[in-house]
Design a protein around this ligand. Sequence first.
Ligand SMILES: Cc1cc2nc3c(=O)[nH]c(=O)nc-3n(C[C@H](O)[C@H](O)[C@H](O)COP(=O)(O)OP(=O)(O)OC[C@H]3O[C@@H](n4cnc5c(N)ncnc54)[C@H](O)[C@@H]3O)c2cc1C
Length: 630
Amino acid sequence: MTATEQVSEQQARQVAEQAREVHWHQPSFGKELFLGRLRLDLVHPHPSGSAEAAEHGEAFLARLREFCETKIDATVIERDSQIPDEVIRGLKELGAFGMKIKTEYGGVGLSQVYYNKALALVGSVHPSLGALLSAHQSIGVPQPISMFGTEEQKQTWLPRCAREISAFLLTEPDVGSDPARLHAAATPDGADYLLNGVKLWTTNGVIADLLVVMAQVPKSDGHRGGITAFVVEADSPGIVVENRNAFMGLRGIENGLTRLTDVRVPAANRIGREGEGLKIALSTLNVGRLSLPAVCTGAMKWCLKIAREWSRERVQWGRPLGEHEAVAGKIAFMAATAYGLEAMLELSSELADAGQTDIRIEAALAKLYGSEMAWLVADELVQIRGGRGYETAESLAARGERGVPAEQVLRDLRINRVFEGSSEIMHLMIAREAVDAHLSVAGDIIDPDADTRRKAKAAAEAGKFYARWLPTLVTGKGQLPTSFTEFGPLAVHLRYVERASRRMARSIFYGMSRWQGKLEHKQRFLGRIVDIGTELFAMTAACVRAQRDQADASAVELADAFCRQARVRADQLFDQLWHNSDDSDRALARSVLDGRYMWLEEGVIDPSIEGPWIAQEGGDATHDVHRVIR
Ligand SMILES: Cc1cc2nc3c(=O)[nH]c(=O)nc-3n(C[C@H](O)[C@H](O)[C@H](O)COP(=O)(O)OP(=O)(O)OC[C@H]3O[C@@H](n4cnc5c(N)ncnc54)[C@H](O)[C@@H]3O)c2cc1C
């Protein structure tokens, strides 16, 4: 396939579907929730790791905190658009590149819970640091090798990963959310593969020692082919980093455009089998996705701190800002949301460590919620700071005020809604899991390719399933005022979650009945369903966390506040499921695309620099900006 060849919507979906983990080997709180079943037993009592893991984790956090406080100057990273080499070297010496690697392979061996705490801490100093460490450990070489590598591969790569830097290379100029278009090729050549292609936006790519490269192996005799993952030495002949990309935020990241020309990679460097690359990437992300909400949690905590300090200090119209109701509402949103997101993150991470449940939905919900909410929280901080919110920390400091980087955090957080699964793609992915039970019984009814016999068989099976399932959605514990009383004042919220999860499941069923095969195109309907599920998971996590910490009344207050706010959002979403402008908006967008309202764009000048929308793959392989940090 050449880059310009078209991939149909159906082919794109097939590739995504093949990469999906089809089986549910363990119970899933999220999956049950979307089926209208609040399986509190899967998350309550709140799981917690061992005392040794906590002691080990706390000791590492203390060392990391000291390093961050004494050796890192965030203003230098922002000013120079680069993390100083000595900071990277110091992080290596601390073991920060091997936080999640087991000690037997030379890593620190942190639990998921403490790995996330470490990312939140380091990311709060400068989000570029969080990106550096998580791109290496959550999507780079160590995670897929730990999960899918052979023992030999683990012995070879993991000790190196504990002190070196890696990058993950999937995206290409013509391949973003849709991996079916993947163009990079890995052609078998004797016992090796020859890699050719261009990889875009490789975080850490400029300074990486090791790369995970996703490339298409062509089908041939003895080769099943398909998208495959390889570990590649970054200094292999034929690899050139042609550009260091610069962004709206995350100015310290070393993000590259990497060209691979006849790069020879031994078959021993292949992770898993041919054709398993995307599945490996997605499975890696099932847990790896938690690093993003971890960084978002850190950012929210910082926003809350600044909002509190500033809103007490700044007096306008005769009162401190925080006493004006409009500002108070923002502060309440920030505090409650920071609590709710941290509760989601903690619960998902503890579940990941316990290993008894499938957390793919919970981690995805936390990523989606964390990236969307952190953006709103940072935006509110900028608003509360007024003109100072828009001013850079350097400028504030230059004129003698505290250099608070509010505008920087807003810029830095924006990308979280795009990478590691954009919010739109996360909605679709989670919705796919949410309707999985329906598709597995009713799939053939709505499959345009299924023949009459398959459709009839599916209809009979679906009839049996729904006859059993629908009655379970009519009543539940949420209707009994005596339910969940062990949660004290929070019981009322869990009763709401129980009722709302059944209502959500009924809504999915109505949606399926109404639109059948067209449901997958009802992205806004599905998105709202997912957002409702997200609020319900977040409420559950907040209640379970507060119940664990109930000796502390302030935790219960925060959980209560969070649930009240989340409930308002969920109710609005329920309402919008059926009262919305989706149909007219779709028609309007089509007319916009057809150019019907181009007159509305008159009277302005487009300052964009001329060039194609998407670069052709030819480039300048002579200019290499790759550098090694030793
Ligand atoms: C700073 C930065 C760091 C990155 N780091 C890495 C990295 O380390 N490794 C790597 O491989 N990649 C990396 N990426 C790439 C990143 O993962 C992609 O930007 C992301 O996958 C989205 O792809 P795209 O930008 O091509 O957007 P597109 O896929 O072109 O999407 C554009 C918009 O359309 C929406 N959209 C697309 N398809 C659909 C659909 N079917 N339904 C509804 N909406 C849709 C998207 O949500 C998005 O809003 C990075 C990007 C940036 C900017």
